[in-house]
Design a protein around this ligand. Structure first.
Ligand SMILES: O=P(O)(O)OC[C@H]1O[C@H](OP(=O)(O)OP(=O)(O)O)[C@H](O)[C@@H]1O
Ligand code: HPA
Length: 190
């Protein structure tokens, strides 16, 4: 029954948070974000780029990063998802496309995590198809494993690396929850 399931989910969400392993504290994340911001500010200071955040996961990272960039830039977002509240991914589904005209623009895509990389690859392709002059990617965390959609796939800017565990916090969700967790946490197997 629906109510019983909801109770189970509530208990699971509390257990996952309680038992999670902190990989990076909020302060460590902020420090890493500040370093990436320095590089981006150098590279884009005179290019009037558009920074496109991938919702929902990219929200927290973008919020931290953008205010550290004192350069003229535009902010836009798109919503694409291939996990849809689950912990394993399917095909990338586009929910909202960017409103800015990307033709001729220098585009920087912001996201929380590069895992397999299918999401970023699909978005890079879509931005190029719209005529972007350049498309670079910037992620908060790169999950280290050998299942990348293309061997050796990396973002152009990476704040942190993490081991091959299911992560949440700083924008990354566990079953739709805990994006707000203050740090990067790994789910401990029950
Ligand atoms: O590298 P990949 O294996 O493609 O996974 C990375 C993507 O997965 C998550 O999004 P999700 O589909 O969960 O949507 P969300 O942003 O709403 O959480 C995350 O925010 C990335 O966009
Ligand atoms: O480890 C993860 N956590 C949250 N969202 C994700 N999307 C891809 N991998 C992950």
């Amino acid at each position: 029954m629906a109510t019983e399931m909801a109770t189970e989910l509530k208990q699971e969400l509390m257990r996952v948070r309680r038992e999670a392993r902190e990989l990076y504290s909020r302060d460590q994340v902020e420090e890493a974000v500040a370093k990436v911001a320095i590089k981006l500010a150098e590279d884009y200071s005179e290019r009037f780029p558009v920074f496109v955040t991938i919702m929902n996961g990219g929200l927290v990272f973008a919020g931290q990063l953008l205010t550290r960039l004192d350069i003229p830039l535009e902010v836009d977002y798109l919503h694409a998802s291939r996990y849809l509240g689950e912990t394993s991914g399917g095909d990338v589904q586009w929910i909202v496309t960017p409103t800015a005209n990307l033709e001729g623009r220098d585009v920087v895509i912001l996201d929380d995590i590069l895992d397999v990389g299918s999401t970023l690859l699909s978005i890079i392709e879509a931005c190029k198809a719209q005529g972007a002059a350049s498309v670079k990617t910037c992620v908060l965390v790169d999950k280290v494993h050998d299942r990348k959609a293309q061997p050796g796939l990396k973002a152009d800017y990476t704040a942190l690396e993490a081991e091959d565990l299911y992560l949440f916090g700083m924008g990354m969700d566990y079953k739709g929850y805990w994006r707000n967790a203050p740090g990067i946490f790994a789910v401990e197997e029950a």
